[in-house]
Write a protein that binds this ligand. Sequence first.
Ligand code: 9PG
Length: 443
Amino acid sequence: MNFTDVGEVAGAAELLVYEHGWQSWSPTGTYPAHVTSPRPASRERQVLGFRPEKPLPRSGFQGEGLLAVAPRGGGASQIWSATDPAVEVASIRARLVDGRLVVSADGPVSETAVTAPDLETALAGWAGGYGHLHAGSGVGSIPPVWCSWYQYFAGVTAPDIRENLGAAGQLGLPIGVIQLDDGFSDDVGNWVRTTARFGSPLAAVAAEVRAAGRRAGIWTAPLLVGERSRVAAEHPEWLVGGADAGWNWGQRLRVLDVTHPDAAAHLQGVFRRLLSWGFDYFKLDFLYAGALPGRRRQDASPLAAYREALRLIRGAVGPRATLLGCGAPLLPSLGLVDAMRVGPDVATHYEPAPGGDLSAPSGRGAALTVRARAFQHGRFWINDPDCLIARPGMERREEWAETVERWGGLRASGDRLATLDGWGLETTRRLLVPSTPRPLVDA
Ligand code: 9PG
């Protein structure tokens, strides 16, 4: 990696640095210029939570495609951003040198100076133009969602979905989408077949949800192929050579090479099938995998292949379906998704678990990054802050509800609805409104 200095700012003792992480789960925040930003806890966490091929420097900052600097009391902010994030997203570093902050980048960046009362207002101003240029037309609205992950995790069954669908009706909750999350699939790489344990074919689940007057949503990790999956065994030629997307579900994760025509057809086939069964809300997870470097069948850059994968999915489900990016490289997804997870997973525990870091599930990590990306809502896409968890077992549940209410765009519930206590139900009811198409942060 070759970094070239692109600017410097004097008076480092008084400066704040905004550092934007690579993908949904990557830590993002504003810090005093003399500190070192959050780092991955291990090599594995680097892959799952940071930008795998771009390790951070030992100290200082590295924004992925976006870094900004401003004096503590407001005034002139300087923003460096990837010139064309569909083509290349430079890493942008900032380091202290003799009381100055020196900014460097390893690819094309543009510099914008904005005078604003604070850094966030400056970022909002910048994001208006950037979103217009790279995301195109305006942002819509998504109805409130119920999602199975944060209560049932990988143990979810069809009866759990049925129970919560019923509870939404009985409680009169205005949930527009019932979204089945991870736990139903019997192969990491083929998302249309359920395990026996899950209890129903996907088509039957979608039909029940729709018969109750709600939209059916489903989670997939469409660009991943597990090393032990049938897809990997039957079609080794569909995998990106040399790409390692990390470890989950007890196996090493490989990447689907969408530049291979048969792999592209497989991808589109999965989504056509899900659509034909009645699903029209798609949570697309672990998308960072599609932007990993490696050997592809055709000579496409990682970002070109990534964007092609999202276009293939959109082509299969049509313009009216909702696409929610998750674990997704943010800036390369501009213009291709309706909504974007803008933080790591929330969890019932506030601090990251041992061996975790601020990209791993935790209340603290989620709040940090969701807050720092709030200005993107309404300008890039609909921000998904992750689900509200309002049940009593949630540490600092009032604090998380406040974050979702103030800084979240998409509103989703992650609880077993029938077992919420008074505060939990009242809060869920208040927060479950359609996402506003308007920005959450003024420019
Ligand atoms: C399903 C989940 C949920 C959740 C997603 C994603 O190992 N990791 O670092 C890691 C981070 C997040 C994660 C899974 C693994 O969660 O964000 O909402 O859909 O997948 O498996």
